[in-house]
Design a protein around this ligand. Structure first.
Ligand SMILES: NC(=O)c1ccc[n+]([C@@H]2O[C@H](COP(=O)([O-])OP(=O)(O)OC[C@H]3O[C@@H](n4cnc5c(N)ncnc54)[C@H](O)[C@@H]3O)[C@@H](O)[C@H]2O)c1
Length: 242
């Protein structure tokens, strides 16, 4: 049986850990050749996953990395914009440097990657872009005013890019995760003194999400099975009400 992403050339950002690492693993299992970009050095543990050390806010480094992949493979079929940073602050505590960094990584770098990679995709008749947003952008979340604004921007740019890039055969969708149990989750919530039970009680399916839940949704949207889906924001949140 043919696998979901057989022979696809896929670039995934923020793939050293957490959700991005699982997306890379899932895509490789589904038959893709994966270029896993991260600002930190890491081992992928798979011959089908090639690590690319690159800070996505460094436009020159990103261009060099994408051109190298394009030259080596002759095409890029899929881009998953997963890398993201978060600072949770109540409104009175928001710090401009943190907000600027979140907008640089979560929004501006995503826009610039779409600009660059969509040109390369267009040369081969199209491709699929999946952006990682967040349920906080849809439902709102106290302590995440600045972060949720960056993810709201991701949702908005996904819808507009989908319309603009459709004539070139490029689909653009987003996945909006709920609370996903990753390394970052442990830092953010486990230190939170038991409040996690209260959060789980607001998730209709009664559990936190896993990186596998997000990777499965990304694999579907990236694949040709989703060839008539573009401009869609897919909530993968267990039916949450934050
Ligand atoms: N974990 C959750 O509960 C959750 C919920 C909703 C949305 N998200 C989103 O999912 C994505 C992944 O989240 P995660 O929990 O796996 O986060 P994480 O912090 O565990 O992993 C993010 C990865 O991105 C990399 N990264 C950060 N800045 C970068 C840069 N400038 N250049 C290159 N790489 C960079 C980090 O090194 C890290 O490996 C993020 O966009 C996040 O906002 C996560």
């Amino acid at each position: 049986m043919e696998r979901l992403l057989e022979n696809k050339i896929c670039v995934i950002t923020g793939a050293a850990q957490g959700i991005g690492r699982q997306i890379a693993r899932q895509f490789a299992q589904d038959g893709a050749t994966v270029y896993a970009c991260d600002r930190q050095d890491f081992a992928t543990g798979s011959g089908h996953i090639h690590p690319v050390v690159c800070d996505i806010t460094d436009a020159a480094a990103v261009k060099q990395a994408m051109m190298q992949i394009f030259k080596a493979e002759g095409r890029i079929d899929v881009l998953v914009n997963n890398a993201g940073v978060v600072f949770n602050r109540k409104i009175g505590m928001i710090m401009r440097e943190e907000t600027e960094l979140m907008f640089r990584v979560n929004v501006i770098a995503v826009l610039e990657l779409i600009q660059l990679v969509s040109r390369l995709m267009a040369r081969n008749g199209g491709g699929s872009i999946v952006n990682i947003a967040s349920v906080t952008a849809v439902l709102g979340s106290p302590g995440q005013v600045a972060y949720s604004a960056t993810k709201g921007a991701v949702i908005a740019l996904t819808k507009s890019a989908a319309k603009e890039l459709a004539p070139q055969g490029i689909r653009v969708n987003a996945v909006a995760p709920g609370i996903i149990r990753t390394e970052r989750f442990a830092e953010l919530y486990e230190a939170d003194g038991g409040k996690i039970d209260e959060r789980i009680s607001r998730i209709a399916l009664g559990r936190l999400g896993t990186p596998e839940d997000i990777a499965n949704a990304c694999a579907f949207l990236a694949s040709d099975k989703a060839s008539y889906i573009s401009g869609h924001i897919l909530g993968v949140d267990g039916c949450a009400s934050i």
